[in-house]
Design a binder for this molecule. Structure first.
Ligand SMILES: Cc1ncc(COP(=O)(O)O)c(C=O)c1O
Length: 410
């Protein structure tokens, strides 16, 4: 056998790594999904497990990329990004969130997706033994990289009794003393909870008091429904002094595969991010950044998505309530967070969310994503494939029929 496996860094031998577990979870679901598709090739699988928009990018965005891609002046490394994208991002923050105090050249920088930006934050701030505070459940990237660097991750559970907000009052002084980063993500994946101005004010206060830098992951910020206005963390007084906010084009503009996002806020943080970034990648393709500018200038693309997700939620939440689930329509994101039932009338007991999720897949061909900690929930996404509104109604009806047949006990 090759010696290569022997020399892989010790950190990857630690089985507690979030990313390993996370990958394992998604791999397990993917495998189970493939098996079930093979077993029942003629029965439609209702896939509510997908965390990506169901539609491709807007036609004008695609056309602009086609136009820009062959231009010789776009072929260069873009390094830390083109100025025009930074300017468009600043205007976007103003137009959508009313944020006016951001300098596009010193307080905004692009990234090859929010994931990439998050992965670089610990390298900017974490020394061995330093702590990253993160809400749980969480998008795991900032935690994974904190651990790579010998840092420690301290979880702030998002529970129903806390309305899916972190409780800062429970963190001991010893933890606070060593904490450097606080990761928050609202509107939240997977709970669907939104930030309020009050909550963000408390975060700003907490960060100032404890000298912790806030990383507000606002990947889903503009995806809101029913008159809920999108909020930016940066719109709160004092936020820029203690934090940064990450915006992504992935979900808002159906551009997951395009890899384009930006970080905005504290100048010192953006500066150090720029140093790490310049030593990690050479920037996103200029033609993609130019297509991204078109998207940022056309927020009606996001609004169309919101309309589609909202009407799908209206159908889905009504059906789930009629079946007996205790659930309300989320105000944002394309996820709803469903508490697991106790079991079925036939005697099946669900010990945790994995159990329930696998049961749904095997017995009803419905794909979901489970979370066991801090509470047992499954996540359903309304980004399932459907041709039109009629098809959406048909799929939700089918989902309801299948769930009713399971005779769930709550
Ligand atoms: C909370 C959260 N942050 C960041 C990302 C990654 O976004 P991007 O595609 O910009 O890397 C995701 C993707 O699922 C996410 O759910």
């Amino acid at each position: 056998m090759s010696f290569i496996t022997d020399i892989i860094a010790d950190r990857f031998r630690d089985k507690s790594f979030d990313i390993a577990k996370q990958d394992y979870k998604f791999m397990k679901i993917k495998r189970a999904k493939e098996e079930i598709k093979k077993k029942y090739p003629n029965i439609e699988l209702i896939d509510m497990g997908i965390g990506e928009p169901d539609l491709p990018a807007d036609k004008n965005v695609v056309d602009l990329l086609s136009k820009e891609a062959p231009k010789p002046e776009n072929r260069w490394y873009s390094d830390n990004g083109i100025k025009e994208f930074q300017e468009a991002a600043a205007k976007y923050l103003e137009r959508v969130y009313g944020v006016t105090n951001i300098n596009p050249y010193t307080e905004i920088m692009h990234g090859i997706g929010a994931k990439s930006i998050l992965s670089m934050m610990p390298l900017c701030f974490i020394n061995p033994g330093d702590i990253t505070l993160t809400t749980l459940p969480s998008y795991p990237i900032i935690s994974t990289h904190t651990k790579y660097l010998g840092g420690v991750v301290y979880g702030l559970p998002l529970t129903k009794s806390n309305d899916f907000y972190p409780d800062f009052s429970n963190i001991s002084n010893i933890i606070l003393y060593r904490s450097k980063l606080l990761y928050i993500n609202y509107p939240n994946n997977p709970t669907g909870q939104i930030a309020t101005r009050d909550f963000y004010k408390r975060v700003v206060e907490f960060a100032h008091k404890n000298r912790v830098m806030v990383v507000a992951d606002s990947t889903y910020a503009p995806i809101t429904f029913d008159g809920v206005e999108p909020i930016s963390f940066l719109s709160i007084d004092g936020a820029k002094e203690i934090g940064v906010e990450i915006h992504s084009l992935s979900k808002a503009f159906n551009m997951t595969g395009w890899r384009l996002a930006f970080i905005a806020g504290n100048e010192a943080a953006i500066n150090i991010y720029g140093i790490v970034k310049a030593n990690s990648d050479s920037g996103q393709f200029r033609a993609i950044q130019k297509a991204g500018i078109y998207a940022l200038n056309h927020t009606e693309i996001t609004k169309e998505n919101c309309k589609r997700y909202s009407r799908r939620f209206d159908l889905l939440i009504k059906a789930l309530k009629e079946i007996g689930f205790d659930i309300e329509k989320p105000k944002a994101t394309f996820y709803c967070y469903l508490p697991i039932p106790k079991g079925t009338k036939s005697g099946k007991i669900f010990r945790n969310a994995d159990d329930f999720s696998l049961y749904l897949l095997n017995e009803a061909l419905i794909c979901t994503v489970p979370w066991n900690f801090p509470e047992s929930y499954v996540r359903l996404s309304v980004t399932f494939e459907a041709k039109d509104y009629e098809d959406e109604k048909r799929i939700i009806n089918e989902l309801k029929k299948r769930l009713l047949k399971l005779e769930l006990v709550f």
